[in-house]
Structure formats: structure tokens, C-alpha cells
Design a protein around this ligand. Structure first.
Ligand SMILES: Nc1nc2c(ncn2[C@@H]2O[C@H](COP(=O)(O)OP(=O)(O)OP(=O)(O)O)[C@@H](O)[C@H]2O)c(=O)[nH]1
Ligand SMILES: [Mg+2]
Length: 380
């Protein structure tokens, strides 16, 4: 009787893996190829592996030069940090160096775009979640440090202005956060009730010693409020789409749960942007939270994957990203859920999957460089 073995391909370039010919396509060291195949393990040929065309750790957004030295000033002057987040998606937007640089400073978190989360969820629950995510990212915050806002419709920020005034103790204020979170919307609302009691003017100029364009608002004769450039969202799906696709993929109304039931090896494709698979584990009910316009297609992973990549090649899938054509344009992450209880696995800028943690392994395939995160459930 002949023995059958599974053909293994490089996850990046798709070449059939082999250990015989170093110079031929798909070469992989015999010790890697012959080791026992662990569930969920993805293989790369040596060429793809050494070229590091696959990043297996979620990426962080990149910072402009001068950004950290600006925050070092904030640290040195014991300033108040007003950290604006997009309540729909911010979980993977933290940058380690930013967290380290603002360590110990007083903070006020403005969780904006509250309108994109279901009304039924209590504000208090969200505040606890947001504060938890900040702490998990190395920035100390409590639920009392969080305010929820919908700056696009609510122009009144008097309460927030009062909180800032109390918390800043006559020190400077730095408004920071990811691009598009709502910093400028906040500032515009703030300026409506602002009175300049100083001898200085409001100005848009380079932050001292940097090329950063910063709006500077005098708060009194010795302190300023700075509206700083947004931390780039290059690790978000939103940065991979043109505006027509973005209108479909990014919510404009509260996200609703879409129910899916997974058995092992089931997967769901989200438009032409991502695949989420239950690689290992018992039957799991999963809720997807994301824009209504996103199409979900669920099938066994081995059937779904060729359909997805063929669809991408042909340009059939909607919404789709710019220059996402084949497997090599995507990253794959396997997530082993060790925690029990209500959990989320999210894709930055796209939405999240909510489920009960039961030692599952999930595989998430996302456009290269897009971050994913896992956390306790945002919405219960
Ligand atoms: N749904 C919703 N959208 C909002 C809200 N507030 C702002 N937006 C939208 O978010 C986008 C970005 O807002 P901005 O205030 O310019 O964001 P920013 O943080 O200043 O961005 P950068 O200057 O690029 O760093 C705008 O297109 C707004 O329409 C909100 O409360 N809800
Ligand atoms: Mg702005």
C-alpha cells in the first residue's frame, strides 16, 4: 500500500515545499519540513522566510519624526494628555513608545464616535472596557478618566472643557490620538466657547524643534493646548481602501451583531479584505460587529480560500483594498484563545468577532501590515 502525504505549500509564495534542491523553488530546511505538523502552523519557504515578506507580529503604526520629542516635552512639563480614540476601532492603534513617553501623566480619554456602537450598551460598560484597553497597552487610565462623545453631532463640549481645566492644574494640554479619531472635531467644538485670556495668539505652526504642524491655543499666559498630528493609521484596514470602498467598509450607523456558527475548519470571508477561521476547537457561536455593508461569506476554509483569492484576482469582491491581489498581499495570524469568558478578536478598522473563549485556535488573514488584536469583550 502506498502512503499518502499532504502537499505543503509556502504560505507566502504558494510554491510546493521541498527539501531536496536548495536552489529550486519552495526550498525549506529538512528539519522544518519533517517536524511533526502542528495544527495551525503555517509554513514559509526559506526564501520568503528570510525576506521576511511575512510579518507574524501585528504591526504598530509608525510615528513622524519629532513626535516622541514633543511628548517628552509633555512629560517634562507634567502636561495633561487628552487622548482621543475612535470608539469603533482603536484597539491596535497604541504605540509602545508613546505609552512609555506619556507614562505617569494625568490623562483624559475622549472616546469619540459613540454613535457607531449600539445604544443598548451602557456607557459605564464601555468606559470600563476603554480604560482596560488603555491599561493593557501600558497607559494608566480608570473608567473615571473616560468620556464618551459623538463630536460629529454634539457640538457642546463644555463638560469636557471643565474636566480639562480641573485636570490640567494650569499645565499644558496635548491632544493626541490616531488620525481620524476626532481631535480636530473636538478642538473646533472647544473653540466655540473659548476665550483667549492670554497675550498670545492662536497659531498653526511647527512644534518647537520639529516639523510637526501643531495648532497652538493659549490657555493662559503660561500654558498652551496643542492639537497634534494624528498617529498614522497605516496598520488599519481603512488605510488600504479608496474612498468608495471605505464608505462600504466603515460604519456610519451603530454596528449590529451578525450571528455565525462555526465548527472546526469553518471560515468566513469579509468582502475581499479578511478571512476569519476556526482552526481548532469545538462548535462556537460568533457575532461579527462591523459595517452593515460588509458582505460575509461562510464556508469550509479549504473551499473558501481558493474562492476568495480567485475573487480577489478577478476583482469580484466588494469591498476590496488597493493592490490586494493574492496571498502574498496578506498576513496570517493564528490566535490560541486561552482565556475563558466573553472575548473579541478584532481587525483594526474593520470590526470584531465576539465569542466565548473555549481554548479555540482562530486563524485571521488580513492585508499585510494590518493589525489584529484580542481582548475581553467590548460589548456583552
Ligand atoms: N460617526 C462619527 N464620525 C465622526 C465623529 N467625529 C468625527 N467624525 C469623523 O471622523 C473624521 C475625522 O475627524 P477629525 O476631527 O478630522 O480627526 P483628527 O483626529 O483630527 O484626524 P487627524 O487630524 O488626521 O489626526 C471626520 O471625517 C469626521 O466626519 C463622530 O462622533 N461620529
Ligand atoms: Mg486633525
Amino acid at each position: 500500500m502506498s502512503e499518502m502525504s499532504m502537499v505543503r505549500r509556502c504560505y507566502s509564495c504558494g510554491a510546493i515545499l521541498q527539501s531536496e534542491d536548495k536552489d529550486a523553488e519552495g526550498y525549506i530546511k529538512p528539519e522544518v519540513l519533517n517536524q511533526e505538523h502542528r495544527v495551525g502552523e503555517v509554513y514559509f519557504c526559506d526564501k520568503c522566510y528570510t525576506e521576511q515578506s511575512y510579518s507574524l507580529t501585528p504591526t504598530q503604526p509608525s510615528l513622524e519624526e519629532g513626535y516622541l520629542s514633543m511628548l517628552e516635552d509633555a512629560q517634562a512639563s507634567d502636561a495633561l494628555i487628552v487622548y482621543v480614540i475612535d470608539a469603533f476601532s482603536f484597539e491596535a492603534s497604541f504605540v509602545k513608545e508613546v505609552a512609555e513617553t506619556i507614562q505617569g501623566l494625568p490623562i483624559l480619554v475622549i472616546a469619540n464616535k459613540r454613535d457607531l456602537l449600539p445604544k443598548s450598551v451602557k456607557d459605564e460598560t464601555l468606559k470600563i472596557y476603554f480604560a482596560h484597553r488603555f491599561r493593557a497597552s501600558g497607559i494608566y487610565a480608570n473608567p473615571e478618566d473616560v468620556v464618551l462623545t459623538t463630536l460629529s453631532s454634539n457640538s457642546d463640549v463644555l463638560e469636557i472643557a471643565k474636566m480639562i481645566e480641573e485636570r490640567r492644574r494650569r499645565h499644558d494640554v496635548y491632544i493626541i490620538g490616531a488620525a481620524g479619531a476626532g481631535k480636530t472635531f473636538f478642538l473646533n467644538a472647544y473653540l466655540r466657547s473659548y476665550k483667549n485670556s492670554s497675550s498670545q495668539e492662536i497659531s498653526l505652526s511647527n512644534y518647537p524643534g520639529t516639523d510637526l504642524r501643531v495648532m497652538q491655543i493659549p490657555l493662559d499666559n503660561s500654558s498652551m493646548m496643542y492639537d497634534t498630528p494624528g498617529i498614522p493609521t497605516d496598520n488599519s484596514v481603512t488605510s488600504r481602501m479608496d474612498s468608495a470602498n471605505l464608505r462600504v467598509a466603515y460604519p456610519s450607523t451603530p454596528v449590529k451583531a451578525r450571528l455565525l456558527s462555526f465548527i472546526e475548519k469553518d471560515a468566513v470571508a469579509i468582502g475581499g479584505l479578511a478571512i476569519f477561521e476556526l482552526l481548532k476547537g469545538e462548535r462556537t457561536a460568533v457575532k461579527f460587529y462591523g459595517a452593515d455593508g460588509l458582505t460575509l461569506k461562510k464556508k469550509q476554509a479549504e473551499k473558501l480560500s481558493p474562492i476568495f483569492f480567485k475573487g480577489l484576482e478577478k476583482g469580484d469582491l466588494k469591498p476590496a483594498g488597493i493592490n490586494l491581489k493574492d496571498r502574498s498581499d496578506f498576513d496570517a495570524f493564528d490566535i490560541v484563545v486561552e482565556e475563558k469568558g466573553a472575548r473579541d478578536i478584532g481587525i483594526e478598522g474593520l470590526g470584531w468577532f465576539a465569542f466565548e473563549g473555549k481554548s479555540q485556535t482562530f486563524r485571521v488573514i488580513v492585508p499585510k501590515g494590518v493589525s489584529i488584536y484580542t481582548s475581553r469583550a467590548k460589548i456583552k
